[in-house]
Design a protein around this ligand. Structure first.
Ligand SMILES: Cc1ncc(COP(=O)(O)O)c(C=O)c1O
Length: 403
């Protein structure tokens, strides 16, 4: 279980000195910024477009239950999780808003969905009847489900050509009600005039053809939603009735192709990083030129150096690829990561950090006062995406929710 606490000065907690600070004002501010962005005053809509906050994967590492609670208070309309288990954790924390289980269910999980009022995504026609049977057994009526359509990602969802089959199965259901229809975009961040850049439009066309077909068959598709972070930022034509931000909520625009477009979207939709990952220095020593540091001696001092040990390793979320490549920030100074990242610690070159001492706080990414050290820069430097990096913050790292 992720430990979660609300205290005003997280650096003062007693325990192994590595922790994540989660800024609740930044989280709520990002949600509001997204909501405003997808509801431009120039557009006349009968009701505002909704936001489904993606909180799967322990809310991208930020702590699923605490983040969902905070986002519900900040007005999130819906939540998206990967599994019934994740949904139950959020319900147990007291969240009452509707929760969509994006991954649907595995046989046996139906009763958990029903008991905790979770809405499963149906991504194969036959799941509908299995769920109907479970709902009938528990004598539940009007049990919500949403339909996931595979419009070209070839991952999960019924194919557009299966709309007729779905409608036939739905007609047999007396306990289940379709409340929404959605699809997931495979390459919404690609904005080039290429086949990949045109894939989103193709997916949109297939999605609309599917919802049109359902309507022609007498099935109301319910609330429709398509857009992930990249599509929210860059493609208003995908916004439909509701949007599903993940990365944006946590403060990061995805990488776009072409890369320069990110600056444009960061200016149009400014966000604040929500999580800061920090650890203290627990040892500082001097080594002579020629001495090696860490496993396999992959770093050798070229000059007499001061080496600090920071109390965070790959089991805490310091990506192992940062060895001999990444940096951390100590009192505004840059300290390079030396040698191979260990499970519990990393070594730093603090030769150029004046007076670096045991107890100093190092920031891996996030904010430090007015300074911002974006996690997407760290992620890019090791060839991954921000969501992967931030989701990797270890379970043993306490999260502190800063009001
Ligand atoms: C179905 C679905 N919708 C939305 C998202 C959010 O994606 P992003 O973090 O790019 O906003 C995800 C994340 O993987 C997803 O699987």
């Amino acid at each position: 279980m992720t430990r979660s606490k609300k205290i005003s000065n997280p650096a003062e907690f007693v325990g192994r000195p590595v922790w994540a600070e989660v800024s609740l004002p930044a989280l709520a501010g990002n949600l509001q910024a997204i909501r405003d962005y997808v509801n431009p005053p120039s557009e006349k809509r009968a009701s505002p477009r909704k936001v489904l906050a993606i909180v799967k994967g322990n809310a991208y590492g930020h702590g699923g239950a605490a983040v969902a609670k905070a986002l519900e208070k900040a007005g999130s309309d819906w939540f998206g999780v990967a599994s019934a288990g994740e949904g139950m954790e959020i319900r147990k924390a007291g969240v009452r808003a509707p929760i969509l289980v994006l991954g649907g269910f595995w046989p046996g999980e139906e009763k958990n969905l029903l008991r905790h009022n979770l809405t499963p995504a149906i991504h194969r026609c036959e799941q509908l009847l299995a769920y109907e049977a479970a709902a009938a057994k528990l004598r539940k009526k009007n049990v919500p489900v949403q339909l996931k359509v595979d419009t070209g990602m070839n991952r999960l969802g019924i194919l557009p050509k299966d709309a007729d089959c779905f409608a036939r199965q739905l007609a047999k259901c007396k306990h289940v009600a379709l409340t929404g229809t959605f699809t997931h975009l495979a390459s919404s961040e690609v904005l080039t005039d290429t086949a990949l850049g045109r894939q989103t439009q193709q997916q949109l066309d297939r999605f609309h053809a599917t919802t049109d077909r359902l309507q022609a068959l007498g099935v109301d598709p319910g609330i429709t939603h398509i857009a992930n972070s990249a599509a929210i930022a860059a493609r208003p034509e995908t916004w439909a009735d509701m949007v599903r931000p993940g990365a944006l909520l946590y403060g990061y625009h995805p990488g776009f192709d072409p890369m320069e477009r990110r600056l444009e979207f960061e200016a149009k939709l400014p966000l604040r990083p929500v999580m800061s990952l920090r650890a203290r220095l627990i040892s500082v020593r001097c080594v002579a030129a020629g001495e090696s540091v860490g496993y396999d001696g992959t770093w050798i001092a070229q000059r007499p150096s001061r080496i600090a040990v920071m109390c965070a390793g790959y089991a805490d979320g310091v990506h192992r690829s940062l060895g001999n490549r990444g940096v951390v920030y100590i009192r505004g100074h840059v300290a390079p990561i030396l040698g191979i990242v260990s499970m519990d610690v990393v070594m730093l070159d603090v030769t150029d950090v004046p007076d670096a001492a045991i107890g100093d706080v190092a920031t891996l990414y996030g904010t430090d006062g007015e300074r911002v050290y974006p996690a997407n820069v760290v992620a890019r430097s090791v060839g991954t995406v921000t969501s992967d990096l931030i989701s990797g913050v270890g379970q043993r790292v306490p999260r502190f929710y800063i009001p």
